[in-house]
Write a protein that binds this ligand. Structure first.
Ligand code: ZN
Length: 158
């Protein structure tokens, strides 16, 4: 069947940067609820609208269309003493930003007794290339539409 509003779409994807370097690859297929539920980026939904299983597409998304621009106010320096032990450069931890929201912070640098953290999504500010293959399309159940996401093997688990 064709992808339209309230279909559950299963796909495989690869994300590369603008130079073609692979950033992320789906080990497992990913299922999302199509039709403006915010399960995936708007530009991807637009490209998949009306397509069927087997459809493949390469899409380039600007930062504003994907994970947003970098926000330098999400860079934070904290004393090493407040830092959980065992987290290394490149490691991640969840914490509260100065905006009061919960962010995943990446450890950028450990210098002396200070630790520099970055609360931006690792893909923020990047132009991203998505390679997508649609593997399955089915009507979403009423419950999935109510919840605004897909259930089952490759979807949401409660
Ligand atoms: Zn649900």
């Amino acid at each position: 069947m064709k992808i339209e509003k309230n279909t559950a779409v299963t796909l495989r994807y690869k994300i590369s940067d603008s130079l073609g370097k692979l950033l992320e690859q789906s080990d497992e297929p990913l299922a999302y609820l199509h039709g403006g539920y915010g399960n995936t980026f708007e530009k991807i939904e637009e490209a998949l609208q009306g397509q069927e299983p087997g459809y493949r597409i390469a899409l380039e998304l600007q930062p504003q269309e994907a994970y947003g621009l970098r926000d330098e106010s999400l860079l934070q320096t904290i004393p090493k003493s407040e830092f959980p032990s065992g987290v290394k450069v490149g490691g991640q931890l969840r914490g509260q930003g100065e905006d009061g929201q919960s962010h995943v912070f990446t450890v950028l640098k450990v210098k002396g007794d200070k630790v520099l953290l970055d609360g931006n999504h690792p893909f923020a500010g990047k132009i991203l290339r998505f390679n997508i293959t649609v593997t399955e399309v089915r009507p979403a159940t009423e419950e999935e539409v109510t919840h605004g996401h897909v259930h089952g093997a490759h979807g949401h688990h409660h």
